[in-house]
Each structure stands twice: as structure tokens, then as C-alpha cells.
Design a protein around this ligand. Structure first.
Ligand SMILES: [Zn+2]
Length: 218
């Protein structure tokens, strides 16, 4: 796991990651949000600031538990709760990325997980990418659902909302978000002409075992 410090460089990496998501078409507008674990806090994108106007000093320091200070001009992302709950539930990860990518969201709008239709599902730690029940954005209920879904997975869909992934580094979380959007896209394409063939549990176990060092640096 990559350990980050609260530096201008880390804060800039979060901003760069937000802009990268928009450049790649993974996120639209300011609906996405990103957090990175640092000693004693979580760095998180501010609420409602366009990515092209975001500067390192605008990244918010979020408490690791309990209610944050909401009195300042810059408030943490409205989804701070699930970032906070995720970091508590997953001490093995250092970054979380949330967005509303079109194809992930299209599957999530049908209230369905992505099954083992492709070996890359293994990048998410199991034989599917689960979906959480619907709950109001920003709510503690939604935060609980996301943390529960990701206790044994590195990504999930959120019903009628979007997708969230975690990573042992920020690069690894971004890699997973791009892979998840691609998986959702080919899953939807495949379902247009029939039902995709699913890999068996044994086949998925084989891939997961082969996958531990796959992808960008931890
Ligand atoms: Zn959202």
C-alpha cells in the first residue's frame, strides 16, 4: 500500500486524478469525488468546485471519524461519509474514487451487479462487482451500504447512482475505475445480443490467484 503525506504534491495528485477522469470521459462535471488517506486524516475533494478551478489548498482535510467541520467556505464532498466509512473498513487501501461513469451507471440503473462475464472482474477481488441498494446521496445509510459491499471487494456499483472503487494507491484506484467502466460497457454490449457466458467459480479463483500483482504499482 502506498502511504501518502498531506503535501502539495499529494493534493495536486488528487486534482490531476479528477481532471484525468473528466478527460477520459469517466466523469462528467463535478459529480465525482476522490479521497486519499494521510496520517491522521483523509484528504478529499471539496464540494461543488469545478476541477479546472481546483487548487491544492482547496483539498479538504476530513476527520477519520465523526462529523467534519462544515463552517468554512470549502466543505468536503457531499459523499464524505462513504469515503470516511470506506477508509475505516479497508485499512489496506489508501485511495477511493467515486464517479457516475455512463456505462457503470446504466447497469446500476437496472439494479444489477456485474457478474463474472470477463476475467477482468478479478481486478475487483471476487467473482462479481456487487451493487448496493439505493439510498439518498450523502446519507449515512448509503455510506454503510458502500462500506459493506466493499469489505471483500475493490469496487461496487450503487443502485440508480454510479460506481466506487478503492486502491492500494491512487493510481491503482484510477486503473480500477477505468477498467470497471470498460467492463460495464462490454457487459451491456454483450447483453444486447443475448446472455453472456459466465466464468465458473473455479475459473474465477484461478484468475484471482494469478492476479495479485496485476495492474499499476501498489
Ligand atoms: Zn455520486
Amino acid at each position: 500500500m502506498t502511504r501518502y503525506e498531506d503535501t502539495t504534491e499529494t493534493r495536486q495528485a488528487i486534482i490531476d486524478a479528477c481532471r484525468w477522469m473528466n478527460d477520459r470521459g469517466i466523469n462528467q462535471g463535478t459529480s465525482g469525488n476522490i479521497s486519499v488517506r494521510v496520517p491522521g486524516a483523509i484528504l478529499i475533494t471539496p464540494s461543488g468546485v469545478p476541477y479546472d478551478r481546483m487548487t491544492p489548498d482547496m483539498i479538504v482535510r476530513l476527520v477519520t471519524e465523526g462529523e467534519p467541520d462544515m463552517s468554512g467556505d470549502l466543505r468536503p464532498s457531499t459523499e464524505w461519509r462513504f469515503h470516511q466509512y470506506l477508509m475505516a473498513a479497508r485499512p489496506d487501501v489508501s485511495a477511493a474514487v467515486h464517479a457516475h461513469p455512463a456505462h457503470c451507471t446504466a447497469v446500476a440503473m437496472q439494479g444489477q451487479p456485474i457478474p463474472a462475464c470477463h476475467y477482468m472482474i478479478a481486478a475487483f477481488g471476487g467473482n462479481d462487482v456487487p451493487i448496493t441498494p439505493y439510498a439518498l446521496f450523502g446519507s449515512a445509510e448509503l455510506a454503510g451500504y458502500v462500506a459493506d459491499a466493499m469489505r471483500d471487494r475493490h469496487g461496487c456499483l450503487m443502485a440508480s447512482h454510479g460506481a466506487t472503487v478503492v486502491g492500494e494507491s491512487l493510481d491503482r484506484a484510477l486503473w480500477r475505475m477505468e477498467e470497471l467502466e470498460n467492463l460495464a460497457r462490454v457487459y451491456l454490449l454483450s447483453r444486447m445480443s443475448g446472455e453472456p457466458v459466465l466464468l465458473t467459480d473455479a475459473q474465477m479463483e484461478e484468475v484471482i490467484a494469478a492476479f495479485s500483482n496485476y495492474g499499476p504499482g501498489k
